[in-house]
Design a protein around this ligand. Sequence first.
Ligand code: ZN
Ligand code: ZN
Length: 375
Amino acid sequence: MATKIDYYAALEVSRDANGDEIKRAYRKLAMKYHPDRNPGDAQAESKFKEISEAYDVLKDDQKRAAYDRFGHAAFEGGGPGPGGFDFGGGGLGDIFEQMFGDMMGGRRGGRRSGADIQVQVTITFVEAFAGVKKEITIPTRVTCKSCDGTGSADKDQPPETCPSCHGAGKVRAQQGFFSIERPCPTCHGTGRLIRNPCKECHGAGTVEKNRTIEVAIPAGVEDGTRIRITGEGEAGGKGVPAGDLYVHVSVEAHAIFQRDGANIYCRVPVRMGQAALGTEIEVPVVDGSRAKVKIPAGTQTGEHFRLRGKGFSVLRSSARGDMYIQVVVETPRHLSKRQRELLEEFEADAVGHAKGSPESTGFFSKVKDFFEGKL
Ligand SMILES: [Zn+2]
Ligand SMILES: [Zn+2]
């Protein structure tokens, strides 16, 4: 898990800033990073979440005091993080909630929506180039029809209140200085005991059901991009907004094209004779078309030729990357008798014709310097 930024630093205020200063700082930053103003921008979005979280704490005197004292640990629940505290089932967050729960009106830290859902989608290189619509199946939980959500197979025997926790779902235990709450072991935190659990849902009252939605993946998307779809996460319950759906996009590698940012690279083999004499070659373009590229006489292996604007779209911009043809000069194998004769004649002539071999000229003069101790 990433290290959290200091709440004061997030809002760009000093540690002794007053309530008004904090409010102004938050408004200013919220305007700048609001998701509606930065659609699809994951960085702005995470910044927005960061400042909202910071404001949620610093605007509240009690929360701010706890943060000043305990740091982020004051609000972290759900078990120990790296180097964190382990207070059994909860964390310091639970203790914090016990202290201020009533004043805060329930759940901690303004987290008042359904859970976010993360899904992974793999698309091809060509789909990433052109953009693509993908159907995504999301598992969600809906009320079990068989038992009307009661979890009991027997309609005459509704679930009973758990005798251990009297329906609270949690039990308190004294652990050193603190009083700790744990999920009730008898009812596993549900607060109910079902004598004859429903066969469909095994007493849960809900069953898993798949939901399918279509997600538009924009042209130019890069491997590892995260797309947020607001409100498509888990339902939030009564009067509470649904969570968000996060689609993590993986882009497959391509057999002949490589990508670097918005640019595309393609290695194209050229015969030795073509490279020496110059030629025009036809190359494939990712959009499915073909392009002609002039290879001038004397082209060396590794030289690049640019096809302007034939690369990827740049997200949130009208700019396009370029495509680069990288020439690989190929040495022929399995020569015919005639080819051998011609090449032997060519080779005999090439010796002593140093100007014709630019790489060799530079290399052998350095070799000479090396043996003479100059390099
Ligand atoms: Zn119980
Ligand atoms: Zn059921």
